[in-house]
Design a protein around this ligand. Structure first.
Ligand SMILES: [Zn+2]
Ligand SMILES: [Zn+2]
Length: 212
């Protein structure tokens, strides 16, 4: 598994290019700068097959249409956040940046427990609402190697805001508790800011320990 992190746009949303040994690639949260994302993928001989969204906020979706147009990649998002793709109020664009073009309808709506295959990679969908109704984490597996992508549910020593449309502070605490209970200690790639590990957050993240 190869993972490249690209902080994109004004909010430095972490866009991730995740590929198997043959360059079969998923792009997670292409929030802005589509040409830079595509250039980076090409430079690493990555073929983008799938676009996975951790949730539907504007800063995670604004480059989707262009990447899809140039690659034909399939778009996937949790079913409860699909409504955000074409609603600039619910995806917070109007609140923070101004309207963005609606994202074209997704190819697949995800629910908890789904698995998405991309080449030799498989992404398990963990529904972790609270930042938005349809926020998910993706546990990516390749053989015995595992990596967690957690969007805006978990940040280094923090978590995503819960005061916008679809947010709920009690629900995100339950989602973080679920993450804390995973049989996984490794790297957690966050929607903004530095990567961390679940082992570290389990001990040190105040929001992860509110239910225990
Ligand atoms: Zn968000
Ligand atoms: Zn975000």
């Amino acid at each position: 598994m190869t993972c490249i992190t690209l902080p994109v746009g004004a909010l430095e949303t972490n866009c991730y290019l995740v590929s198997d040994a043959n360059g079969q690639t998923a792009v997670i949260d292409p929030g802005a700068e589509p040409e830079r994302i595509l250039r980076t993928a090409a430079a690493h001989s990555m073929t983008i097959k799938t676009i996975l969204l951790t949730h539907g906020h504007y800063d995670h979706i604004a480059a989707v249409n262009e990447i899809r147009r140039q690659t034909g990649a399939e778009l996937m998002i949790h079913q409860l956040d699909a409504e955000l793709l074409s609603d600039n109020r619910k995806n917070l664009a109007l609140l923070f940046t101004g309207a963005i073009p609606p994202v074209d309808a997704p190819d697949r709506l995800l629910i908890d427990g789904d698995t998405v295959a991309v080449g030799a990679l498989s992404f398990e969908v963990l529904h972790t609402p609270g930042h938005s109704k349809g926020s998910v984490c993706y546990l990516c597996k390749e053989g015995r190697e595992e990596t967690l992508f957690c969007g805006d549910t978990l940040f280094y020593l923090s978590c995503g805001r819960t005061d916008c449309y679809g947010g709920d502070d009690r629900i995100i605490v339950a989602s973080l508790s679920r993450l804390a209970g995973l049989p996984y200690d490794g790297t957690a790639y966050c929607g903004h800011g530095p990567e961390t590990t679940l082992a570290f957050e389990r001990i040190n993240n105040p929001y992860m320990n509110l239910m225990r």
